[in-house]
Each structure stands twice: as structure tokens, then as C-alpha cells.
Ligand binder design. Structure first.
Ligand code: BEZ
Length: 241
């Protein structure tokens, strides 16, 4: 009897640790979780299959819902901007691929806000099992146990998570803001700088260390063509226009 109880307890423990999947948010700086799923573009292992591109992963609560449909329409309209930035968009919605395909066809026939019919090139990922959503912490259980909130993960070419945004189901995302974060990260990496509040592409950037003392700046007036500071320690580098 004792042996049977022990076997059941051990089995339950192993089942629990092996098969129960916790919903964890991968943190900025951590490796992006990998998963394989069916999509509207075939089988995808994310993020690996996108190689050295930047990846932007969006989660959605449900297919054929108004806010989600507006977001996918805007993304379809902007998708070439992301391609030009070397980035690949991917969409998770907590529905299956058969429904995704119907939704995609319907969206491609829509003239949203006068943009005309837009083809959707990016993959819409089947996540009716919630596996990928849990890997990325996109199921926020106090809100819903079976529908994702609106999550955005920006993942760099080395598959490291670089930015995380979460939005409530009721609020459609500002896709220009997502593009702005991507450009800011690419600028930060390329120029080893930071970007100030409300920065837009082409604006001056912040240097995260003091490049010069005020006396060096005074002794070398030509430096003022490239650098200035605000309040003594907020050093800016002028971006070439
Ligand atoms: C929507 O996309 O319209 C939506 C989805 C889930 C909850 C609320 C709105």
C-alpha cells in the first residue's frame, strides 16, 4: 500500500514538474524563449528561423475582434517599414491556425482607413494551446486564463529580449511607437548612445558618460559643433541632419 502511495506521489510530482508550464515573462537581457508552432506561413521555430534579423513579436487576445483587427491592419500597412529596418514581425493570437487563415483572408480584403487592401506577409502563429503565450508571459491570469493581453517583445539579432511592452485588451497599440523603440535600440547599439524622452529618429542623442569637461569644451570651441550639455551632466551628441 505504502509503495503504491509513494509511486502515485512520485508520478504526480514528476508530471507536475515536467508538464505544468508556468507563465513567465522573459526579462530584458534574457534569451528569447524558442518554440515551434503552425502559422499562416507554415511551421515556424521562433525566433530561430528568422536568423540574424530583429524580431517583433505581438500577442493578441483573439481573432476577428475589432481592436486586434485594427492593429493587424495598421501593421500590414506598415510592414515594409519594419522590413527596411531589418526586422521581422510575428503575431501570436490565442486561436488556431484554421481560424487565423480565415481572419487573414478577411483582413486582406478590408480597406481599413482608406489604406486600400493590404497583403499580410508576416506569420500569424497558432497558439490555441497557449504554449508560446506562457513562454512569453502573455497570459495575465487575473485578466484572462485563455486570452493574451497585448504584448510586444523586441528581440535583437542575437535573440536577446531588448524591449517589452504590455497593453490592456481595451487599448490598441501605437505601432509608430513600436517602430520608434526599434529605431532607438538600433541607434543605441550602433552609436553606443541613449535616447532622451520623446526622441524621434534624427534627434540628438545622449552620451551615457561625460565626453569632455566644461574647460575642455571652452578650450576647444570646435567641439561645440558636435556636443553640448544641459545642466552640466546631460551630454548630447548632435546628430548629423
Ligand atoms: C478586441 O480586439 O476588440 C478585443 C479583444 C478582447 C477584449 C477586448 C477587445
Amino acid at each position: 500500500m505504502k509503495k503504491i502511495i509513494l509511486t502515485i506521489a512520485l508520478g504526480a510530482f514528476l508530471f507536475g514538474t515536467t508538464f505544468s508550464q508556468k507563465s513567465n515573462i522573459p526579462l530584458i537581457g534574457s534569451k528569447a524563449p524558442s518554440f515551434t508552432a503552425e502559422t499562416t506561413n507554415g511551421t515556424l521555430t521562433f525566433p530561430d528561423d528568422y536568423g540574424k534579423k530583429w524580431k517583433v513579436l505581438f500577442s493578441h487576445p483573439q481573432d476577428f475582434t475589432p481592436v486586434c483587427s485594427s492593429e493587424l491592419s495598421e501593421l500590414a500597412y506598415m510592414q515594409q517599414d519594419f522590413v527596411k529596418l531589418g526586422a521581422q514581425i510575428a503575431i501570436i493570437s490565442t486561436d488556431d491556425v484554421a481560424k487565423h487563415k480565415l481572419w487573414k483572408t478577411w483582413l486582406e480584403g478590408l480597406d481599413y482607413k482608406g489604406h486600400g487592401a493590404q497583403k499580410i506577409d508576416f506569420a500569424i502563429i497558432d497558439d490555441h494551446t497557449h504554449f508560446a503565450s506562457k513562454e512569453y508571459g502573455m497570459l495575465h491570469e487575473p485578466t484572462s486564463t485563455n486570452k493574451d493581453i497585448r504584448g510586444v517583445f523586441i528581440i535583437d539579432p542575437n535573440n536577446v529580449v531588448r524591449s517589452i511592452n504590455f497593453y490592456p485588451m481595451q487599448v490598441g497599440r501605437n505601432m509608430q511607437e513600436i517602430e520608434r523603440i526599434l529605431v532607438a535600440l538600433q541607434t543605441a547599439d550602433k552609436e553606443m548612445v541613449c535616447t532622451p524622452a520623446n526622441w524621434e529618429k534624427g534627434d540628438d542623442v545622449i552620451i551615457p558618460h561625460y565626453p569632455y569637461t566644461n574647460s575642455e569644451l571652452a578650450a576647444n570651441p570646435e567641439l561645440k559643433d558636435d556636443f553640448y550639455n544641459v545642466g552640466g551632466y546631460i551630454w548630447f551628441k548632435k546628430e548629423k541632419k
